[in-house]
Design a protein around this ligand. Structure first.
Ligand SMILES: *[C@@H]1O[C@H](CO)[C@@H](O)[C@H](O)[C@H]1NC(C)=O
Ligand SMILES: *[C@@H]1O[C@H](CO)[C@@H](O)[C@H](O)[C@H]1NC(C)=O
Ligand SMILES: *[C@@H]1O[C@H](CO)[C@@H](O)[C@H](O)[C@H]1NC(C)=O
Ligand SMILES: *[C@@H]1O[C@H](CO)[C@@H](O)[C@H](O)[C@H]1NC(C)=O
Ligand SMILES: *[C@@H]1O[C@H](CO)[C@@H](O)[C@H](O)[C@H]1NC(C)=O
Length: 775
């Protein structure tokens, strides 16, 4: 998805011009999001916010124009004050001059970035686990902004669910193939927001699969993510026999509300804002967003802005970090009030070995079901079609000649087109089976698919061996040996290669991503209008399929946030995030460091580590943050008064605020220290609140990063009561001479360990960066 982004962006802006040109005579109308002053002077003169918002259009449109209300797409009041409208360039200029208009931003296209994962994360439905202590997320409402939902999926069965919470204000919006009775006590609400998408795309883009104009999911992504967060238990779930077991979401007791904001052409910020706006009023407790774009400054980021409102209302916002790894600085959704989630692997494998004609074996993985795979288990000719300019090495549609591939095993390189699509191309050309070969970009990534023909995925090292074997002989042959599902035989979790990495481009003073969670080969619910590959030609039907991405990692953390929220309904989003971060694991199931490829993962890949729901329910101590502390943090990060106003709707004087709070540091559960030229010492303050047992003594344990000395005062925290808050200070002294070295960073950690109950260990990663120039 990462490599496709620029192309798709280009495509969609071209389409935008075509659509608008055909709909309206002026060829230059575009969707803009207009942010207004929340206490706008003129607002009191109007009977409603909607009328007020319309008045801006009336002021700037010429009288012979169409009805202003036809230009207004959305009126926002909870996620942001303002509206989305179709505007021309001259209208934009007039609008900028009107007081009460504080920012105008073009609509932005963003992208969509488990039978087994709950067991892997240490949750068991039996006995006294964290799950039962939290009531399985009972009473909590998770809002999912995504591609919609397939309500008939057994994962949204409401058997055993408690009634809809009284505070729920949402609705079940009717639409194409979706009625009010599609909702139940599990799926308590569903809405769709399509206006921004409509302006920006032409209907033919939808292709062969019809796009339901309703909350119904036509692409599967939203059904998958929402069932991962809060799906009901389903016995004997599998993908065509693979990975069989009971499927259930992380918080099977939670209610789910669906906000469909993503369509075939992507997710437009005007639609996302509309979804957030409604979700905040509806009364959700957690918002799950498996989508995002390139990092942009917080004051230009509609997700950052609307999630600030959500956070103020006590709603936890959980977002995917993005799939642009392993490139540094690629992490998206990095606002400090958001929980940003990277992806890790499970210890579940689907081995399918390649036995080459020379007798050597190559390790591969496949979800293709055994019984149809028999052809591939026979020795067949193997072919890798290179040369020519049609992309035959990638198995691009139309690039493979029947005479070259018929009855053979075809090798296809990853990249350019979709993994499952390559399988369809090989099948159509008459190939018997496919070996999907990772390239240098993917290395050993093992994101498998339910291919339409027998297929296996091999790593980069294996791909080199296979290709040199093919080169070395006149008639290369191979067979694929399908093993099925194996669990626990490999090192996991490890960082998914595609998981976006920190440090944050826009705000390096907060470590991002915050945590990692399972995001590779996740099995979850799937619609009935699609086959398991999601390809239009795939006529198979399944209730579950496998997907990979930080999109799949995010709803795991949304579900865990719901578990913590159920256990502690009064906790702030910051407290819930702290509980999840300070209890995360930094070692894998063998007790060794979490790996990232062939090296130990650094904090910019894993943040605080792999989520551990069992421990997150009993964190012992938490780092809490009040909304105005985020505003102070924006002050210390150098944002201007108007930028801070756009984000927070608070008109503050940073100098006064920081004067009153000397030595302020954001009470974040991780610690980032940046030394710029001339700086050698930094002192940071943190505050811990006791949520464990009264009379608890904690002592500090420090793993100092290289190149610095660390002094923590005091070294012991003695809590007498629950809810008691104590402060400590960390002094970081640089031993490096700045200016001579290139920018660099080191990492370490700090943990508060309970003197008697070693279960309580409150751990924070520390990063120290040296920057050469003021940047
Ligand atoms: C999918 O779920 C439905 C509803 O529970 C069930 O009737 C159907 O048999 C399931 N399909 C498969 C392939 O398991
Ligand atoms: C296979 O042979 C071709 C042509 O001789 C060469 O370009 C290519 O690099 C070889 N590939 C491998 C993996 O040895
Ligand atoms: C790890 O993999 C990279 C990329 O393939 C390679 O360049 C490097 O030498 C490997 N390092 C170790 C320690 O094996
Ligand atoms: C913020 O307050 C200052 C001083 O009180 C005022 O001049 C300014 O117009 C205000 N800005 C906004 C956006 O309300
Ligand atoms: C701690 O504070 C919370 C929220 O203010 C409150 O609900 C709870 O009862 C307090 N617990 C104790 C033991 O004081």
């Amino acid at each position: 998805m990462a490599t496709k982004l620029p192309l798709l962006l280009l495509l969609s802006s071209t389409l935008l011009l075509i659509t608008v040109a055909s709909l309206h005579r002026q060829p230059t109308l575009q969707t803009y999001i207009v942010q207004l002053h929340p206490q706008g002077k003129s607002s009191s003169q109007f009977a409603s916010k909607h009328k007020w918002h319309l008045s801006f259009l009336e002021q700037i449109m010429s009288s012979d124009d169409s009805d202003p209300s036809s230009r207004l797409l959305y009126s926002y009041r909870s996620a942001m004050e303002g509206f989305a409208a179709l505007l021309s360039e001259p209208e934009l200029e007039s609008l900028r001059k009107i007081s009460d208009v504080i920012a105008i931003r073009p609509d932005r296209r963003l992208e969509l970035h488990t039978t087994y994962s709950y067991k892997f994360l240490g949750l068991s439905p039996m006995g006294e686990g964290a799950w039962s202590r939290s009531g399985f997320g009972k009473g909590t409402i998770i809002g999912v902004l995504d591609t919609g939902v397939w309500p008939e999926s057994p994962s949204f069965n409401d058997q055993g669910m408690p009634p809809v919470p009284n505070k729920w204000r949402g609705s079940c919006q009717e639409g194409q193939s979706f009625s009010a009775s599609s909702c139940n006590r599990k799926l308590i609400g569903a809405r769709f927001f399509i206006k921004g998408h409509r302006v920006a795309s032409v209907p033919s883009q939808a292709g062969i699969i019809p796009e339901y104009v309703s909350p119904r999911d036509s692409t599967g992504h939203g059904t998958h993510t929402s069932s991962t967060a809060g799906g009901s238990p389903v016995a004997m779930a599998s993908v065509l026999g693979n990975g069989a077991g009971e499927a259930r979401g992380m918080a099977p007791g939670a209610h789910i509300a669906i906000y469909k904001v993503c369509w075939f052409s992507g997710c437009y910020s005007s639609d996302i804002l509309a979804g957030m706006d409604v979700a905040i009023r509806d009364g959700v407790d957690v918002l799950s967003l498996s989508l995002g774009g390139f990092p942009v400054p917080l004051y230009d980021d509609s997700i950052a802005i609307s999630s600030f409102r959500a956070m103020e209302m006590g709603i936890s916002v959980i977002c995917a970090a993005g799939n642009n790894g392993p490139i540094q600085n690629s992490v998206a959704n990095e606002a400090p009030w958001i929980t940003t989630v990277g992806a890790s692997t499970l210890d579940r494998r689907f081995p399918a070995f390649v036995r080459m004609g020379n007798g050597r074996f190559l390790y591969g993985e496949s979800l293709f079901p055994g019984k149809h795979a028999l052809t591939a288990e026979r020795q067949l000719d193997v072919v890798y079609v290179t040369g020519g300019d049609e992309g035959s090495e990638y198995c691009i549609e139309g690039s493979l000649m029947r005479s070259q591939v018929r009855g053979k095993i075809v090798v296809c390189d990853r990249g350019v087109n979709g993994r499952a699509e390559k399988g369809e191309v090989v099948k159509k050309a008459g190939g018997a089976a496919m070996i999907l070969a990772n390239t240098e970009i993917n290395l050993e990534d093992d994101s498998v698919d339910a291919h339409v023909l027998p297929a296996t995925l091999i790593g980069y090292t294996e791909a080199i061996q296979l290709k040199s074997y093919i080169n070395s002989t006149r008639r290369p042959t191979a067979r694929i040996k399908f093993i099925g599902t194996t669990i626990g035989r490999s090192r996991a979790p490890a960082v998914a290669r595609f998981s976006s990495r920190g440090p944050s481009l826009t705000n390096p003073s907060v470590l991002k991503p915050d945590v990692i969670a399972p995001g590779v080969n996740i099995i979850a619910a799937w619609p009935q209008n699609l086959g398991p590959t999601g390809l239009p030609e795939d006529s198979r039907r399944v209730n579950f399929t496998v997907m990979s991405g930080t999109s799949m990692a995010c709803p795991h953390v949304s579900g865990i946030s719901a578990l913590v929220h159920s256990a502690f309904p009064n906790w702030s989003p910051a407290a819930i995030k702290s509980a999840i971060m300070t209890t995360a694991d930094v070692t894998d199931h063998y007790g060794k460091p979490i790996m990232d490829g062939n090296v130990s993962a650094d904090v910019f890949a894993i943040g605080a580590g792999q989520v551990s729901p069992k421990k997150a329910i009993s964190p012992g101590l938490i780092y809490d943050i009040r909304p105005d502390e985020y505003v102070m943090h924006l002050c210390t990060s150098g944002y201007t008064r108007s930028e801070i106003f756009a984000i927070s709707h608070r008109n503050v004087s940073c100098s006064e605020m920081l004067d009153r709070n000397r030595g302020f540091s954001l009470n974040y559960p991780s610690i980032s220290v940046i030394f710029r030229s001339g700086e050698t010492r930094k002192t940071i303050k943190r505050q811990l609140t006791n949520v464990g047992s009264p009379n608890s003594i904690y002592s500090v344990e420090v793993g100092a990063p290289q190149g610095v000395g660390i002094v923590v005062r005091p070294r012991q925290l003695v809590f007498r009561r629950i809810n008691q808050t104590l402060t400590y200070r960390i002094s970081v002294i640089s031993r490096k001479r700045i200016g001579t070295l290139p920018a660099s960073f080191t990492q370490g950690h700090l943990a508060w360990v309970h003197k008697h109950e070693s279960f309580y260990k409150v751990r924070s990663p520390i990063t120290v960066s040296w920057m050469n120039r003021k940047s």
